[in-house]
Design a protein. Structure first.
Length: 204
């Protein structure tokens, strides 16, 4: 991407982070080969040791950033325990990053049900079959579990597992980063201030 594509008169002058993020995500949808909504999700365990893995962003509004998982998984247990998390989106094709930090809440049952119902049938079966993050003695054990739940739910709708739902990061800060020559990058951080946002420009 040309270094002239973003200037000091572009994203650094935005006053609201969610609309800016939505613009950047739309740009990424046109330039990233795979999963423009992929994000590195960071959590910490009870000893403060961090964990990070890639997940997919599945919802965005003025309340925050939503993703779904098995609550019995490692990340599910860490989030339920600490109720805090962070995300980092990296769109290499655009030379952009967005960092998100904040407390985490569980989405409503209505939101979780609606998203679960939108998934492919095989993915809904998988949510029942996978004992996520726990030891697996072999691939056959997983395939057997898939076969058992496929038979169990052969007819009709597949209900959402009670241990499967979504989390929402309600950001206290959102930072936008854009690559510039000689590592003199543009960085703007929005920090929660009451009902609004305070914008701070950062050194690269």
């Amino acid at each position: 991407m040309s270094q002239e594509r973003l200037t000091s008169g572009d994203f650094t002058e935005e006053s609201e982070p969610f609309q800016l993020f939505a613009k950047w995500l739309k740009d990424a949808e046109g330039s990233e080969i795979n999963d423009p909504n992929a994000t590195a999700l960071a959590t910490v365990d009870q000893d403060g040791l961090p964990n990070v893995r890639m997940v997919l962003l599945k919802g965005l509004d003025e309340r925050g950033f939503v993703f779904y998982t098995n609550f019995e998984s490692q990340k599910g247990q860490e989030i339920l325990g600490q109720k805090k998390a962070a995300m980092c989106f990296h769109w290499k094709s655009l030379r952009r990053q967005v960092r998100v930090r904040g407390p985490v809440t569980v989405v409503s049952d209505e939101e979780a049900d609606a998203y679960y119902a939108s998934r492919a049938r095989g993915s809904r079966i998988g949510a029942w079959a996978s004992r996520q993050s726990r030891p697996l003695e072999g691939r056959f054990a997983l395939e057997k579990a898939v076969a058992e739940y496929t038979a169990k739910f052969a007819i009709g709708e597949i209900p959402r597992p009670p241990h499967w739902s979504g989390f929402r990061i309600e950001p206290t800060s959102i930072e936008f980063w854009h690559d510039r020559q000689f590592r003199l990058h543009d960085r703007v951080e929005f920090r929660r201030a009451g009902e609004g946002w305070e914008k701070v420009r950062l050194y690269p």
